[in-house]
Design a protein around this ligand. Sequence first.
Ligand code: GLV
Ligand code: MN
Ligand code: MN
Length: 393
Amino acid sequence: MARHGATASGGVNRQALSAEEFAAWRELIEWGRTLGMTPYTDAIGNLFLRLQCGDPDAPAVLTGSHLDSQPSGGRFDGVFGVLAGLEAVQSIVDAGVPLARPIEVVAWMNEEGSRFAPGMMGSSAFTGAATPESYFEIRDSAGVSVADGLTQLRAAFPDLERRALRRPYAAYLEAHIEQGPVLEGAGRTIGIVTGIQGKQTFRVTVRGEEAHAGTTLRRERKDALLAAIDIIGALSSEARDEADLVKFTVGRLVVEPNAPSVVPGRAIFSVDIRHPDSAVLARLGDAVPQLCRAHAGPCAVEVVRLTAAPSLAFPDDVTHAIAEAAERLGLSAMRLPSAAGHDARFLNDVCPTGMIFVPCKDGISHNEAESATPGDLAAGARVLAEVIAQHAR
Ligand code: GLV
Ligand code: MN
Ligand code: MN
């Protein structure tokens, strides 16, 4: 899969609804077909592969993750969960496990929120947390909308059947690399994920006035970049805590017209704030619009909240099933929360949901150097197969 969108430094750039992701879809559909799985899609561009078995009307067990990546992403974030799901299906079929219900593998559309923000569009629209229409007009930096991307998807896969959103599932299980250092530090192979840390994201637009760099007096300038720098400084100070629990990131800053001798007329930036305590996160998020206005100087500022997701806990019966599967397989395991966001957040609202983590090298992720060992990945896939089989029997 890492060939699709491969970067020169060994990473992956596979944006949502891009030609690279379509190529990955083709590959995945082929692999699914060789296992007897039927591909289909939906109104928001998720890809499902269905293994028909047991009672065809019974809600299926769903597993998977995402195929899109950050622009300088690694080879494991997301794709591991999709391929582990496929491996699990293959093992279950090969072993002749009797199944009472179908199994489906999913690749959710735009988990990363890199090309189109916010992320997790596919899973949130599938579960009904958002409507697909609310995402259609969101545009990438080149002005291409989600609706345009979905039109291209349908043109690339004209024969793919489209099924309804919000279909019921018996369970959702997602395998993923940890993307942090906890498992590696503790020397454990399997992470039994207890829940997902809360997150709020914003798009801030600072509007000033383009002016000549040589002739315009300081007191007459409306420099959007200088205002953005003041705002970001104020937000960053507000987010600084002794315990180092707040995660504050401005990962994207666009300056217009981005010319050396023009006072910037517009600065647009992202804000990503995370904290395990939902009340603290809500307080930090609620402070963002006011702090932006207070530090905008002579500029106008518009703040749009894109995500307001509290921390959540996965149900005990799923975490217990994962723990028991790891134990049966003789794998060392520990419980831990997910500091990163995942599509499992939205599935947790509609069916029993859980996640399985495996270690990644030095905890590095959202980085081309992201790495994980074949042994750890196989161990995660084995636990996934056990838990899927248990839920599908
Ligand atoms: C997912 O990629 C996240 O940013 O947590
Ligand atoms: Mn991911
Ligand atoms: Mn990611």
